[in-house]
Design a protein. Structure first.
Lengths: 291, 67, 278
């Protein structure tokens, strides 16, 4: 009896802080999203207005465009990272001199602050001082200008994300590949299976849990990318790289239309919760079917 | 095996085993998605968003009972 | 094909490492380039080293203040979350609390939520609701330390739990039989054994807090502004002083690089919520 009380006592500061800064803001933002609230409008009070804010959000072309580019960004970045990460992980399975040294270097970008990554890539790609536009110009005659070309800016944000996060995919897939038993592979070799068959029928099913976990973690991280992009392009040119997080920070937050901003925040949160829950289910579901 | 750990979990027509909270959660997720979709595409045609709410509640009741 | 010759693999990985390291090298090149050379044809190799930009950053009292704020906030936050996470994990692993797995799972959802979503509610709460008399949490060190708990505290709990699970329960049960108080068990028996795990958690949470930008940019004005926000401020207000921008970036990067070697093995496990053992 006494001991249970002690357990909750030890947990209470954690629950208190997370409640105050995690749960309560969540409830608060949902509550505000059903109100008309602009402190600088004629009536600065909160006025309950049903789903009026949401009705505006679903017709907000800017927000929908930003959702669209976010999805494109997430798709290209995560797919490239998983493919490159898997190939690199396979390449790491062989023995060669200096393996752990190369692995260490490969891990390095993971610990760097997103905003620093953004600033580094800004220094690499800004036309007047960057090395990339300069080399592209002298070698191929290509004019790369992330300040003007929407496609260039979008591609550079994707490449930056690949540079920053592929190591995470590589390292988690290495961990998965290392723990695989060797029997099925030997058996497949005896049966004369080719490389593609081995991949689809043996490797993929066996690394599936690790792969799913990694993909979803990358999906969620890519969806909330803000700092790097804010630093690199500021969401521009136009709205080419104004991903939802950037959109909230640059367009919604400064406008002090709190009710409307809350509605947008709730929708973004809704999308992330659904993805998060899908991750949970897809990790749990195969286990349940067995039992 | 699983009914020892979670005695309320059961499997219905949903592809996974769920307890009542999971099913409530799924219902709410569907409600939100349907309402947003309704406000964008169907409400301009003159059908109130309450119809979407009614559909969602009916669907939710079905999911919670049979899911 | 590649299997036959390990040196081909070495060549391949050398090339990849070059791709990984070159952007960081380029940052350094820009930061030490004399201002006059900056806009001439970009050279890959360093021709002259000029520490001018670093001197400028060190002499800027505003930036020094930001650096101090960053230090205070990340250290305060890391110590707080490691302590609370340690106590919480002790409770989660040693006591039979009803619903503790739900509590555990719930904590992680706090970390998964996109920070951009919480900009508005946290801003409103910190400036208007969490107010005691004249004291507001917005733009204070304490406010930022508490706000960073939302992503660092779940992380601390997540990484510390395996450590505490690994310490046999018989040890503290034996101590309780000998008449030791709960506090004594935690401080004299569990704490020394958990020390390596605690150190890793402390370092990683420190780096995460140091790296954070978005929340600091919206929830602080001047008093508690951090170095990362200083960096972005510098870009927007002066625009073209690339050298100084690079130097601030290097300053922000250094702590992460220093601790990198110590925690390298734990980064991946941490970033994937333990889904991957690294």
């Amino acid at each position: 009896m006494q001991s249970k009380k002690l357990g909750w006592l030890l947990l209470s500061p954690t629950l208190f802080i997370l409640g105050l800064f995690g749960i309560f803001p969540f409830i608060y933002v949902v509550w505000v999203s059903f109100h008309e609230w602009n402190p600088f409008a004629a009536n600065p009070e909160k006025l309950f207005n049903w789903a009026e804010n949401y009705r505006k959000v679903v017709f907000d072309a800017q927000f929908l465009a930003s959702l669209g580019v976010t999805l494109a960004f997430v798709f290209f970045a995560v797919v490239s990272e998983v493919v490159i990460g898997y190939l690199l992980a396979q390449a790491f399975m062989k023995n060669f001199p200096g393996k752990s040294f190369f692995r260490t270097i490969h891990t390095l970008p993971l610990i760097m602050a997103p905003i620093i990554v953004g600033s580094i890539w800004k220094l690499m790609t800004t036309p007047s001082i960057g090395i990339i536009p300069n080399l592209l110009d002298t070698w191929f005659g290509i004019d790369l200008n992330i300040g003007q070309s929407a496609l260039a800016a979008f591609s550079i944000t994707v490449i930056m994300d690949i540079w920053h996060w592929t190591p995470l995919v590589t390292l988690s897939l290495i961990a998965a590949l290392v723990s695989l038993p060797s029997d099925p592979f030997e058996q497949a070799q005896i049966d004369g299976a080719n490389k593609r068959q081995v991949f689809w029928h043996i490797t993929l099913p066996m690394i599936r849990p690790a792969l799913i976990a990694t993909v979803f973690i990358r999906l969620m991280d890519a969806m909330r990318t803000v700092d790097e992009v804010l630093m690199l392009t500021g969401g521009g040119p136009g709205s080419a790289t104004r991903y939802v997080g950037v959109h909230i920070y640059k367009e919604v937050f400064p406008r002090t239309n709190y009710g409307y901003g809350s509605a947008i925040s709730v929708i973004v949160l809704y999308l992330s919760i659904v993805i998060c829950w899908l991750l949970y289910v897809s990790l749990i579901a195969p286990r349940n079917k067995k039992g | 095996m699983s009914d020892k750990t979670e005695n309320t979990a059961k499997s219905g027509f949903l592809p996974i085993e769920t307890n009542w909270f999971d099913r409530l959660f799924i219902s709410v997720v569907i409600w939100v998605a349907l309402s947003l979709f309704w406000m964008r595409f169907i409400e301009p045609l003159g059908l109130s968003v309450w119809i979407a709410a009614a559909i969602s509640v009916a669907l939710g009741a079905h999911i919670i009972r049979k899911g | 094909m590649k299997r036959s010759n390990p040196w081909l693999a070495v060549l391949f990985w050398t090339f990849l490492s070059f791709l990984t390291l070159f952007p960081i090298y380029w940052l350094f090149v820009i930061s030490v380039k004399p201002a006059v050379d900056l806009f001439s044809t970009p050279d890959i190799l360093l021709t002259a080293i000029d520490w001018q930009n670093y001197v400028k950053v060190m002499n800027d009292s505003t930036l020094r203040g930001y650096m101090m704020n960053s230090l205070i906030i990340s250290t305060g936050n890391a110590v707080l979350v490691t302590t609370l996470g340690f106590l919480a994990c002790y409770a989660l692993t040693r006591f039979d609390l009803p619903g503790k797995e739900s509590v555990f799972f719930w904590t992680i959802t706090n970390r998964m939520a996109p920070p951009a979503v919480f900009l508005l509610p946290l801003y409103l709460l910190l400036t208007q609701v969490y107010v005691i008399g004249d004291f507001k949490l917005a733009d204070t060190h304490l406010g930022m330390i508490l706000v960073y708990c939302t992503f660092n505290l779940p992380f601390a709990i997540w990484t510390l739990r395996p450590t505490l699970d690994g310490i046999p329960k018989e040890l503290d049960e034996a101590a309780v039989v000998d008449g030791a108080s709960a506090w004594k068990v935690i401080s004299d028996i569990i704490f020394p054994l958990a020390r390596p795990g605690l150190a890793v958690t402390l370092i990683l949470t420190w780096v995460f807090a140091w790296n954070e930008y978005l929340l600091a940019a919206t929830l602080t004005n001047f008093n508690a502004r951090t170095l990362t926000t200083g960096l972005s401020e510098y870009v927007t207000t002066t625009g073209t002083e690339w050298g100084v921008m690079a130097a601030i970036s290097v300053f922000t990067l250094i702590p992460a690089l220093i601790v990198f070697g110590m925690v390298q093995k734990h980064i991946v496990a941490g970033l994937t919520f333990g889904a991957v053992k690294g």
